[in-house]
Design a protein around this ligand. Structure first.
Ligand code: BG6
Length: 493
C-alpha cells in the first residue's frame, strides 16, 4: 500500500461489543432480566437454550436471536445451568480499564450497546431506572476523556424478558411504543455525549435464520418474522425522527447482518435464486429503513408464504418520516446460493449454503472472503448513496496463551485483508466513514455462548465454564491495530 492513505483523516477506526456479551452484572444496579439472561452456554455442537417454567414445570427451548419463549412460559434461571452472560467479561465493573486499553490502541470510536433492562428493568415502567442511566453516563464520560466517539446500538439482541413474555417477541404493536419511549429517554439523557446511534442490531436476522435453520418452508414462521420486522421498522423510524427532533446533530443508522452471496453454479436458476436471496435476506430491511418505503418485490416475498400483515396508513407515513442517515452492517463471510443438491454444506452467522471451493473457512465454518466485503460495500453505496460504516468484522478463533502472550497472526491476516478490501471500495467511490471490528476485547459469543471463540485484540482470562481471573492481556494484534490506526492504514504489516 502507498504512503498516502485512502482513508480520510476523520475516519472512525475502532471496535465493537454488545452489553450482554461484555457487561455481566446481570442483576446489579436495578437491572431487570433480559432474554439473554436466561440463555445457557452452548458450543459448535450443542445449541444454546432459553430456560423457563411453564405450568410449574421446568423447560428449555433452543434459543435463536429474537425468538422468544413458548406461549405462557416465564423465563427462569436454574441453579444447575451455566449462563455465560451473567458475568460475561465484567465490563460493568472494569469499563475504565478496558476503555483505557481502547484509547491506547488509538480508537476513535467505540461501538457499544445499552441494555434496555438497565434503563427499564421490565420494559413497561413509566420512569427509567436512574442507576442504569448513571452507569452509561459514566461510560460515555470515560470515552470522552480519551476523545473516543461512542456509537450506540439501542437494541442488540436483548429485549427485556418481561416484555418478551407479555408481547411474544414483537408480535404485538405495543412494542413500538415501548421502544420509542426507551429510545427517547436515551436521546434526551445523553444529548451532547452521544451523536451516533443504531436502532436494531442485525435486524434482518429474523429472516436470515429461517433459511439457516431449515424451517424455511413454514409459513407461520415467515408470518411472525415479517410482522415483527414491520413493527421494528416503525419503531426504528419513530426513533430516527425523535433523535433528529431532540438533537439535530444526531446521526442514526440501521444495522444489517451483511452476508454477501453468489450463485452456486452458472445455472440461470441459481442466478435468480441468488438475487431473490439478496432481496429477502439483505435488501428488504435495508430498503425499508433507508428508502422509507416497502420495495416492489415485497409483495412477492409475502405472497410466497401467504403472509398477511398488519400495516396501517399511519405506519407507512411514519416509515417515510424516519429514514436512516447512514447504512451500517456487520460483515464476516459470504455464502453460495444454489437450487442444486448440496453435498458440502456450511453455515454461520445466520446463513447456510454450499461450500465455496475458492475460499478458506474458520474453525466455526465461516468463509473468509474480503472481496465479498468490497462487493457488498460497492453494491450498498450505489443503492442508497448514504454514508456507510462497517460496524462488525473479525475472526472468531481459539487463541493460545503462551507466557502471557497471544501470537494471533491469523487474526491480523484476516483483518488486514478486509481493510485492503475497504480501501479498494473507497477508491471506487464508496463513502465509508468507519470500521469497528467485532469483539475488540474477547467476549461471550452470541451464537454459541463460548468464551473460547475469541475475536479480541485484548485477551480475557476466562474459559467456557466461567473459570479464570478475568485479567486482560494484549495480544499481538493489539500492537498491530494500534499501528494501523496511527498510520491511518498505510502500515498494515
Ligand atoms: C453478530 C452479532 O451476529 O456476530 C454479535 O451482532 C456476534 O453479537 C457476532 O457476537 C459474532 O458472532 P458469534 O456467534 O461468533 O459471537
Amino acid at each position: 500500500m502507498s504512503n498516502k492513505s485512502v482513508f480520510s483523516k476523520e475516519f472512525l477506526w475502532g471496535g465493537a461489543t454488545a452489553a450482554n456479551q461484555v457487561e455481566g452484572g446481570y442483576d446489579e444496579g436495578g437491572k431487570g432480566l433480559s432474554v439473554t439472561d436466561v440463555q445457557t452456554a452452548g458450543s459448535l455442537e450443542v445449541p444454546r437454550y432459553l430456560t423457563y417454567t411453564l405450568n410449574g414445570e421446568k423447560g428449555k427451548i433452543v434459543s435463536l436471536p429474537g425468538q422468544g419463549l413458548p406461549k405462557g412460559a416465564k423465563g427462569a434461571v436454574f441453579d444447575e445451568e451455566y449462563y455465560p452472560n451473567h458475568v460475561a467479561i465484567d465490563f460493568y465493573h472494569r469499563y475504565k480499564e478496558d476503555i483505557k486499553l481502547f484509547a491506547e490502541m488509538g480508537f476513535k470510536v467505540y461501538r457499544l450497546s445499552i441494555a434496555w433492562t438497565r434503563i427499564f428493568p421490565n420494559g413497561d415502567e413509566k420512569k427509567p431506572n436512574q442507576e442504569g442511566l448513571d452507569f452509561y453516563r459514566r461510560v460515555f464520560e470515560e470515552l470522552k476523556k480519551y476523545n473516543i466517539e461512542p456509537l450506540v446500538t439501542i437494541s442488540h439482541y436483548e429485549d427485556p424478558l418481561a416484555l418478551s413474555e407479555k408481547y411474544g417477541d414483537w408480535s404485538d404493536r405495543k412494542m413500538i411504543d415501548e421502544f420509542e419511549k426507551y429510545a427517547k429517554v436515551l436521546f434526551k439523557e445523553y444529548k451532547g455525549l452521544v451523536k451516533y446511534w443504531l436502532t436494531f442490531n442485525e435486524i434482518n436476522s429474523a429472516l436470515l435464520m429461517l433459511d439457516m435453520f431449515g424451517s424455511g418452508g413454514n409459513d407461520e414462521d415467515y408470518q411472525h418474522a415479517y410482522q415483527k420486522l414491520h413493527y421494528q421498522f416503525v419503531a426504528s423510524a419513530r426513533a430516527v425522527k425523535a433523535a433528529h427532533e431532540i438533537d439535530p446533530n444526531n446521526v442514526v443508522g440501521n444495522m444489517i447482518c451483511g452476508v454477501a452471496t453468489y450463485p452456486g453454479t452458472t445455472d440461470p436458476a441459481d442466478v435468480i435464486a441468488n438475487r431473490y436471496n439478496w432481496e429477502q435476506n439483505i435488501l428488504y430491511c435495508g430498503d425499508v429503513q433507508a428508502k422509507g418505503k416497502y420495495p416492489t418485490y415485497a409483495q412477492r416475498l409475502w405472497d410466497e408464504h401467504n403472509v398477511k400483515l398488519d400495516i396501517t396508513d399511519k405506519d407507512l407515513e411514519e416509515l417515510k418520516a424516519g429514514k436512516v442517515d447512514m447504512y451500517t452492517f456487520s460483515y464476516y463471510m459470504s455464502n453460495l446460493v444454489t437450487t442444486h443438491e448440496v453435498k458440502d454444506k456450511v453455515g454461520g452467522n445466520f446463513a447456510a449454503g454450499a461450500k465455496n471451493p475458492y475460499l478458506e473457512y474458520s474453525e466455526w465454518g465461516w468463509a473468509t472472503d474480503p472481496t465479498g466485503l468490497q462487493y457488498y460495500l460497492e453494491l450498498m453505496y450505489d443503492r442508497y448513496e448514504l454514508p456507510i460504516m462497517v460496524v462488525e468484522n473479525g475472526l472468531g478463533a481459539v487463541d493460545k496463551l503462551e507466557d502471557g502472550k497471544v501470537h494471533d497472526s491469523y487474526r491480523i491476516d484476516y483483518l488486514r485483508q478486509h481493510i485492503q478490501a475497504m480501501a479498494k471500495a473507497i477508491e471506487n467511490g464508496v463513502d465509508l466513514r468507519g470500521y469497528t471490528t467485532w469483539g475488540c476485547i474477547d467476549c461471550i459469543s452470541a451464537g454459541t455462548g463460548q468464551m473460547s471463540k475469541r475475536y479480541g485484540f485484548i485477551y480475557v482470562d476466562r474459559d467456557d465454564k466461567g473459570n479464570g481471573s478475568l485479567e486482560r492481556l494484549k495480544k499481538d494484534s493489539f500492537y498491530w491495530y494500534k499501528k494501523v490506526i496511527e498510520s491511518n492504514s498505510t502500515d498494515l504489516d
